[in-house]
Design a protein around this ligand. Structure first.
Ligand SMILES: [Zn+2]
Length: 285
């Protein structure tokens, strides 16, 4: 009697898990639409948030060309930047702020950046060290750029993200984190309140790879990438945006600037984004 309901629930959950796994394998696009349709879209209309992570010197090298293209298409983006680079390259970051882009706190040194923070991992830092990483970046942004960031993205997010981020952000008066993957997070690709009053905005997947993060690392660069081809990458992005538009969904991605500047990928992606409403994280909050 005691085991009956438990087993029934367990069996139901297991059956649901199996069904999801099979559907994902044989009909990923259907899975994507079903999964995303469970979200509570904060914008009530098809909306997309474009963000970039600046982790390496080569991202900084791609920065001017990226800003030129964003200007050409009149699209504003969220830029997850690190304090060390803002100190080293203040002018390009100032230009980004002047052109209306949002500065997202991506920590002061981006543990384990090989130059600034080798062999340090964000999730292995103490609470005080994590807080210092976020607070110091905040102070640098304010001093050099004159902006008070309200959002944070954990360096290497998903993998090195920790729950301690949320109380720290609440202590610092932050409003959101964007450090989780849509496929593994409760918001179904849309923002939702996580804990300590902080909203979590997950970075999303794509139409044919609903359980992976749609970024250049997974799709193009890692061993056995999902796509491995720049044109297929752009095609996957365009088809995803078409579905987001058709079903009035919210979606956000992050990209590495130096990767998407190559072969005019971002150029073609921005042309597609002109067909959908784009929004900054700070304007959702
Ligand atoms: Zn990063």
């Amino acid at each position: 009697m005691i085991w009956g309901p438990f087993l029934r629930t367990y069996k139901n959950r297991y059956a649901a898990f199996l069904a999801r796994t099979v559907i994902h394998k044989i009909a990923p696009a259907d899975f994507f639409i079903k999964f995303m349709s469970k979200q509570k879209n904060p914008c009530n209309a098809a909306t997309y948030s474009l963000t970039f992570d600046f982790d390496f010197e080569k991202d900084i090298e791609a920065f001017p060309a990226l800003l030129d293209l964003l200007k050409e298409y009149n699209i504003k983006a969220g830029l997850a930047v690190i304090g060390k680079f803002v100190e080293k390259y203040p002018d390009i970051h100032k230009r980004a702020v002047d052109e209306g882009h949002e500065i997202i706190n991506h920590s002061y040194t981006h543990p384990d950046n090989p130059h600034w923070s080798p062999n340090r991992y964000f999730n292995k830092l103490s609470y005080a060290e994590q807080k210092e990483e976020i607070e110091k970046a905040h102070e640098v942004f304010y001093k050099i750029l004159g902006v008070e960031s309200i959002g944070f993205r954990t360096p290497h997010y998903g993998n090195l993200h920790t729950e301690s981020v949320y109380p720290i952000l609440a202590e610092l008066g932050y409003k959101y984190s964007s450090s989780t993957a849509a496929c593994g997070y409760k918001g179904f690709g849309a923002p939702s309140v996580h804990s300590h009053g902080i909203i979590e905005i997950p970075t999303g997947c794509s139409l044919h790879f609903p359980l992976a993060i749609f970024d250049s690392w997974n799709m193009l660069r890692k061993n056995n990438p999902f796509l491995g081809d720049d044109d297929l990458f752009v095609k996957e992005f365009i088809e995803t945006i078409e579905v987001i538009s058709k079903h009035n969904l919210f979606l956000s991605h992050y990209f590495d600037p130096y990767d998407v500047i190559k072969n005019n990928k971002i150029d073609r992606m921005l042309a597609e984004l002109k067909k959908i409403k784009t929004i900054l994280y700070r304007d959702i909050i």
